[in-house]
Structure formats: C-alpha cells, structure tokens
Design a protein. Structure first.
Length: 64
C-alpha cells in the first residue's frame, strides 16, 4: 500500500511539473521566451500540484 502511494505521489509530482512547464510556455512563451517560461512554469506548477496530490492521496487513504 505504501509503495503504491509513493508511486502515485511521484507520478503526480512529475505530471504537475510537466503541466506547469507546458502551461508556462502556452501563457508566457511569446513574451518571456519559451525557455524561461518553461522554467518558471516547471518551478511554480508543482507548488500547487504537490499539495493537491498529497491532499488527494490522504483523502483516498481515509476513504479506503
């Protein structure tokens, strides 16, 4: 059970990092440049993503 939760956490963090980078490029790619926008999105994306994944996993453990 712990291994599954750890794997789900890692997948969630990686997906939030990728989503943040893609979102950064889509939103600020023209103004900042794609590299800087992806870097900033990759940094700020997981700030909310990690919290959401952690809360979601806690809720799933409590429900199960």
């Amino acid at each position: 059970m712990v291994l599954i939760l750890a794997a789900a956490f890692v997948v969630g963090v990686v997906c939030s990092l990728i989503g943040g980078a893609l979102g950064g490029v889509l939103v600020g790619g023209k103004d900042l440049g794609a590299g800087l926008a992806a870097t900033m999105g990759g940094f700020y994306g997981p700030l909310a993503g990690v919290a959401g994944v952690a809360i979601g996993l806690i809720v799933l453990v409590l429900i199960h």
